[in-house]
Design a protein around this ligand. Sequence first.
Ligand code: GUN
Length: 292
Amino acid sequence: MHAVDCKALAEKITDEIHNETKSMDRKPVLAMFLVGKDPSSEIYIHKKEEQCIRAGIESRKIILSENITHRNLLAEIDKLNGNADIDAILIQLPLPKQIIEREALERIDPGKDVDCLHPLNFGLFCEYGSEEARVIPVTALAVMKILKECDAAIKGQDVVVVGSSNIAGKPIALMLVEKGATVTICHDKTKDLKRYTRKADILVVAAGKKHLVTKNMVKYGAIVIDVGINRENGIMRGDVDFDNVSEVASYVTPVPGGVGPITVATLLENVLRLSYRKQSNGIVPKPDIEII
Ligand code: GUN
């Protein structure tokens, strides 16, 4: 086990994508919807735009009013679904309350669903696994890339995932099961969280609660992956109390500068997958990038 420089890993993945895009007939195109003025969403979109440039991907940002009606948002999604130039569509979450998030995500053409949030794509991933999936949930892939880079054993290991969201906890747990781990998913209704977390060889925290995990909840020598991003007065903090947990864990990913930058890189990998698929009329060609 050794520590990973997550920023360097993200750059390496992005450069590998660039290696692929530079020999494509047409640059892949990612369209991103930013609805309203959520400051965190604006930052995330900006980071994705920056990395698209490095990866040789064209990004198009569609800014929509906070007050857009549900119907009009669906019409905007339909326009991009029908636009043959666009390979991938992302709707930055969260959405304003008048929007039915589930319907918006289901409206995206599954062939352009870069976040793997359409039920068809999530279903393909659950049923057939990451090797056969069309796209892979970006946070799950980022976690796997970190574990691979730090040479962590996964098969037969006890893993605890804290958080059961569709965007993070559930796909992370599934992907670790696929790789042979014994996985327990905990969440906000779990009785006595530390009873579980203390048994974990690998602890992944995606609960969205600042400094939820402290050293008394962590097994000595465990690997701790912090997926949480909690902003308070402009400062970003993880779900793990980094300094405190570092006293017992063999490795803890930092926030910022840990999982976050890698999820941007894995998102761009999905753009590449969708673009290859589209350019080859669905007879797929895997990008020359190792999944994990
Ligand atoms: N908001 C927070 N994380 C994400 C993400 O991974 N994808 C999208 N679309 N929105 C988010």
